[in-house]
Each structure stands twice: as structure tokens, then as C-alpha cells.
Design a protein around this ligand. Structure first.
Ligand code: HEM
Length: 407
């Protein structure tokens, strides 16, 4: 996340002086001109905000996969950009190897493909239930794209229904914190919500210990009992899953409908061949990734495209721009749900931090788009959707749509 580095006034001044990263930090409604300006300034862009940015597919791969880069600097300190407002011990995203690998190996079994695939019927059922309630114009974000991943992640973690509202409030605040947008009052609310969530997860852990189910917490509790993971690590993992699980999939669905709406021929294709929903998800992830930027820090002196970077240089990897690198994707600015070939996009990052929930997100996106195309063949945006004012998450807060005749 890009946040908290400079005051808004200083950022504005830098932006007027032509600093592209400062322009991005001000969260313009359309960041693409800025992404392109960064890319066009050469493979390594140095901002006066203290960041260096890379935007080609090759350099993003190099930085995300290492060696020489990590989430912590040469002294093992976490940079402010890398902090996620979760538990008392570092979460997966805040650890470098070998600590990262130790925790990831314990958490990964809860996300193995077989287990995640078993959620398919439940995701379909939740999707159906949400869409059954719709009988006229609706807000895609609040009526569908947000409740779907919240319900799915709540079920995955085994959160009881009566605790889900609390859980959702925390997720919302934590998401706003990622944008660096919390007021003092919200900061207090966030701290309260974290404490409440800790209690909730602790209760659930105790309960799953005596009565295990096939949810993620039950899998993780077994690792705690085998002394492989501490209760605090489990807690911070669950909190990360919560944020990661619904700050992102929400926007995958919103961004997909937005670009399908702007490309009526692609929407018509999906309507005729709903089995293309998986392709629509993949193309949306490439074309408008919900997490457009992530970052690493150099841990030694490194060379990137002939430029020497000293140790401890924060480097932003422009995932969205790399996803439209014309040297690897033909006609990269064309939205094409039947696109084939080319390397995997970077929407889920790359290297050791490759998104643990990628398969879950893909299944949710596919089921959601397929159901929308089948049920509402005439679905179309009305008015102007409201963008999330954020440089680190790309998506909408409000997106009114009309359904026309039901399928
Ligand atoms: C990591 C994107 C959905 C769990 C990441 C990263 C990205 C990402 C870019 C890596 C960040 C970095 O390298 O600095 C997305 C997108 C999603 C999505 C675009 C939806 C469209 C999910 C879901 C879950 C999840 C549904 C879980 C329920 C995680 C976890 C990590 C992660 C645990 C940390 C992995 C690690 O550090 O080893 N995600 N994510 N994500 N994601 Fe996702």
C-alpha cells in the first residue's frame, strides 16, 4: 500500500511539480494516464516521494521473486508501506523467508485446491440467495459484490451468522486503514474492532479444539496443538485472511461488470457462452487488478535495468502496468475475455507471497459472473459508479445497475 509517506499538502505540491507517484497517491479517478507516464519514463522511475517504481513485466517479476528484495529492509525492519493493521505478531505478508515459509506451510493446507473446490456448491448457493432478492435496479457493490465474499470467507473460517456483522465492520475499517484514510474516531473504532475480533477468533479456536469441523480455523487449530504455530500467529493469519478475503474479491466482481459494461460485445459473448466466465475473471484480473501496486525493499545493493539501487530502497511494483506490458501481451489495452497465451498476470503477485486465496477468488468471481450473465442478460450500469478513493485498491464503492428483463 502507498500511504502515510508525506502530508497531503506536500504530495499536492510534488504532483504539481510533475512527480507521477505523488499524482498517484492523490488517487485520480483514472490512474491509467499516470501509470503510463511512469512506464514511459523508463524501466526504473524514481519519485521524489522516496519511492522507486518498476512497471515492466520483467522487472516486476525480478523484484517480486528476488533475490535481493523482501518485505523487510537489510536490518529486518518492516517499512511503513508494508504494515497491515492486523494482529500483534507479523502476518504472512510481513515476513520474509525463512520465517515466511514456516508459517505459509502451515496455513497452506487450509487452502489446498481440493478443500477450496468443495466450497463451490456453497458459493453457488450464496450467490443464488443474494440474486434471488433482486427484483429491480440495485447497487452491485452493496447488494452483491460485497456480501458474497464476506459470506464465503465467514463460512470458510466458520464464523457464526450472528457474529458476521461485527466481522464485516472490522473488515471495512481495516480496508479504509489500508488507504491511509482513517479519522481519529475511526482509528479508535478500528482498535475496538480488532479487540472484538480477537475475542471472536479466540472463542472460535477454543470451540474448534473440542468440536472440529472442516473450516480453516479447525485446520489451523490442529497446527497450534501440534506446536507448529502459536495462537498469536493463528490470530494474525485469520485477520489477514479476513482483509485479503474481502477487500479484493469485491472489486474483482465490480471491475469485471464495469469493463463488461464498457465492452458490450464482450458482455454479449459471456451471455451466449456463460462458460467464458472464468476467462472474464482472468481478463479482468489482468486488465484492472484490484491490487494495482505492491512493494518490496532492496535488502542489498542491487542492479535493475542498469541502475544501481542502494540497500533499503523501497521499490513499488506496478502490477497493473506490468499486466499491460505490450512485450508480453499482444494488444494489452484491449479487454478480451477469450484471450489466451502470455504469462500469468500479476494480479495475485508472484514469488513467495503469491496470493494464497487465488483459487478461491477465481471460483467466486467465476460463479458470480456466470450467475449475473445467466440471470440478468440485460444488466447494465446506470449513472456513474463511484470509485474508491484509493491508490492501493482499485474498485468502486457504489455501482448502480439496472437489470432489464430477467433470464
Ligand atoms: C496475498 C491479491 C483474494 C489471501 C496477495 C497478494 C496479492 C493478492 C497481490 C500479494 C501482495 C504482495 O505480494 O505484496 C488478491 C486479489 C484477490 C485476492 C486480487 C481477489 C481477486 C484473496 C482471498 C484470500 C486471499 C479470497 C483468502 C481468503 C491472501 C493471503 C496473502 C495474499 C493470505 C498473503 C500470502 C503470503 O504472504 O504468503 N493477494 N487476493 N486473497 N492473499 Fe490475496
Amino acid at each position: 500500500a502507498i500511504k502515510g509517506f508525506a502530508t497531503r499538502a506536500a504530495t499536492r505540491t510534488l504532483a504539481t511539480l510533475g512527480d507521477q507517484m505523488a499524482k498517484l497517491y492523490l488517487a485520480p479517478p483514472d490512474p491509467w494516464p499516470v501509470y503510463r507516464a511512469i512506464r514511459d519514463r523508463g524501466p526504473v522511475y524514481r519519485s521524489r516521494m522516496g519511492y522507486t517504481a518498476v512497471s515492466s513485466h520483467e522487472l516486476c517479476a525480478r523484484v517480486l521473486r528476488g533475490p535481493g528484495f523482501g518485505v523487510r529492509d537489510s536490518a529486518g525492519r518492516l517499512t511503513e508501506e508494508q504494515m497491515i493493521p492486523v494482529g500483534s505478531v507479523p502476518s504472512l505478508l510481513e515476513l520474509d523467508p525463512p520465517d515466511h515459509g514456516k508459517l505459509r506451510r502451515l496455513v497452506a493446507p487450509a487452502f489446498r485446491p481440493k478443500l477450496i473446490n468443495e466450497y463451490r456448491p456453497r458459493i453457488e448457493e450464496t450467490t443464488g440467495r443474494l440474486l434471488d432478492k433482486i427484483d429491480g435496479p440495485f447497487d452491485l457493490m452493496s447488494d452483491f459484490a460485497t456480501p458474497l465474499p464476506i459470506t464465503v470467507i465467514s463460512e470458510l473460517l466458520g464464523i457464526p451468522e450472528d457474529s458476521r456483522a461485527r466481522f464485516a465492520d472490522y473488515g471495512k475499517l481495516a480496508g479504509q486503514a489500508l488507504d491511509g484514510q482513517l479519522t481519529a474516531r475511526q482509528q479508535v473504532d478500528l482498535e475496538k474492532a480488532i479487540a472484538a475480533l480477537n475475542d471472536l477468533f479466540s472463542e472460535l479456536m477454543a470451540q474448534r479444539r473440542v468440536d472440529p469441523g472442516n473450516d480453516v480455523i479447525s485446520v489451523l487449530v490442529q497446527a497450534v496443538d501440534g506446536d507448529k504455530i502459536t495462537a498469536d500467529e493463528l490470530l494474525s493469519t485469520c485477520q489477514l485472511l479476513l482483509i485479503a478475503g474481502f477487500e479484493t474479491t469485491v472489486n474483482l466482481i465490480g471491475n469485471a461488470v464495469f469493463h463488461l459494461g464498457r465492452n458490450p460485445a464482450q458482455w454479449a459473448l459471456l451471455r451466449e457462452r456463460p462458460e467464458l466466465a472464468a476467462g472474464a475473471v482472468e481478463e479482468t484480473l489482468r486488465y484492472e487488478p484490484p491490487v494495482p501496486i505492491t512493494g518490496r525493499v532492496s535488502q542489498t545493493e542491487v542492479e535493475l535495468a542498469g541502475e544501481r539501487l542502494p540497500a533499503d530502497t523501497p521499490v513499488l511494483t506496478m502490477l497493473a502496468t506490468a499486466n499491460r506490458d505490450s512485450s508480453v501481451y499482444p494488444e494489452p489495452d484491449r479487454f478480451d475475455i477469450t484471450r489466451e497465451g502470455g504469462p500469468e498476470h500479476f494480479a495475485f503477485s508472484s514469488g513467495v507471497h503469491y496470493c494464497l486465496g487465488a483459487q478461491l477468488a477465481r471460483i467466486e468471481g467465476e460463479i458470480a459472473l456466470r450467475a449475473l450473465a445467466e440471470r440478468f442478460p440485460d444488466l447494465r450500469p446506470v449513472g456513474t459508479p463511484v470509485l474508491r478513493p484509493s491508490a492501493s485498491i482499485r474498485g468502486f464503492v457504489r455501482f448502480p445497475v439496472e437489470v432489464g428483463v430477467r433470464g
